[in-house]
Design a protein around this ligand. Sequence first.
Ligand code: DGJ
Length: 552
Amino acid sequence: MKPATSCFLAVLFTLSALAAFAQVPERPIPRLVKKDGRYALFVDNAPYFILGAQVNNSSGWPAMLPKVWPAMEFLHANTVEIPVYWEQFEPRPGQFDPSVVDTLLTQARAHRLRLVLLWFATWKNGNPHYMPEWMKLAPEVYPHVVDKDGRAVDSPSPFAAASCEADARAFAALMRHLKGVDPQRTVLMVQVENEPGTGGNLRDYSPAAQRLFEEPVPAEVVKAMHVPPGKSSANWQEVFGSDAEVCFHNWAVATYIGKVAAAGKAVYALPLYVNAAPGTHRCAVLRDPTQPGPPGSYESGAPSDNVLPIWKAAAPAIDMISPDDYAADAAGYVKTLDIYHRGDNALYIPETGGSPRFFFFALGHQTVGFSPFGLDFTRIKTIPDAARPKDELLTPWARTGTKEFVAPFVPTYSLIGPMARDIARLNFDGKLQTAAEEQGKVTQTLSFGSWDAVVSYGVWARNGRPVGNPQPMGGVLVAQIANDQFLVAGFYCRVDFRPTAPNQHREFLRIEQGTYQNGAFQFQRILNGDQTDGGMDFSSEPLVLRVSVTSY
Ligand code: DGJ
């Protein structure tokens, strides 16, 4: 397309979108709210839970969308994470083409879905692959990181002022456009970049970067990292020793992204976040919080557990640092949730994989949303059906884009979807707890003051002893909706209640099975007799119970 034509189209789209704007009532801008140490994402003035899914990297094009929306309907998602590509959005310097964004908004609304947009720009998995062609063709203006031998590597330099200015200008143009065309607030949040950082090199070794590395550590980093007063005017090496290069590169990347985010937020204050992939034994991209190796064994310049305060100080326009939690084991998964669920950081899981029961771990850590990666029907499948399960574990995304990859999440999403608003509100009010099965732990207890909820896995008889499921698969949420009344929903477990007062026994007053319609619990039947004499059993079928208890 010629520049003049694309510019004309962009103006036309903006004008028609603005005309639409005039007719649609403006809703409140989504925002993160903190209360008593807990966070919620407020959408339309009430807590909202992102029951999300992220599409594959190249699925954000209009031609692919017919393979996206059916997957979301099949899944019962309420929100889609979808990329906006800098290379598409700014095909020529300063000429912005919002046509794809407008298509996303229009079609998402038609499918009653909300969006989280992913700004694939300077960094995509540590690489500059989404920079527009005109930038790739001018590496002297938009330079790469330089290694110790002076060679350019496949990662953008965080010290490239021209790249940062260009990214900030383009991101502000995107946010300005969204502000103009989205009074409905179809877009809830924006991810700035994608898994930033640099693999294989600890930092930029260009002469300009080297000079900064030898200068005193900036005051905001000294403060954020609690550097002792005696060292406050020392340089990076003197202050941080063997971690100096990682801290330096994180400060540089966070400062750059902070500028991009601030430019966008100044025009439209949606919640913004940066995603990070903590390493696991399976996918050692970033520092593994459970077994941290030395600098060099993980990607540098990404918000791993050891540098979060640097990011908070250098990029205040970023509201959340959000882990892509791909840990395959429960302990690793939960460790990551613990690290990113902080007083100064609302938890959000923008990418995940693994067992659907991990949803319950994330919910119990008060995440504002959960979005498994690669859930669309673009039929990307790089390993054959006959591949051994072991191979699938090694390449978890090799089956993305298929119905079989989406299917495991469907029961959980079918269960949570209709009650998502209630779940978000109860979590924000501190009324909700969860349990999910862990290898070797057949019983877990949740404490609600005068009641304990006891969750057991693999109970095969009315008065049987729990032996665990054949593989960990159980998960449940329990929310206290009145002193002696609970909402319980989950899979593959038994739940019972126990009074905490001594010598008291539980009596079920009434166990109601129901469904959620228009956000409210609708009674279907009372469960009793064989269905509840041993406790409340949850199977593969989505099941919501409202239970009233008393004691004798
Ligand atoms: C994490 C990245 O953030 C995603 O964009 C994607 O590349 C997945 N890894 C794996 O395909």
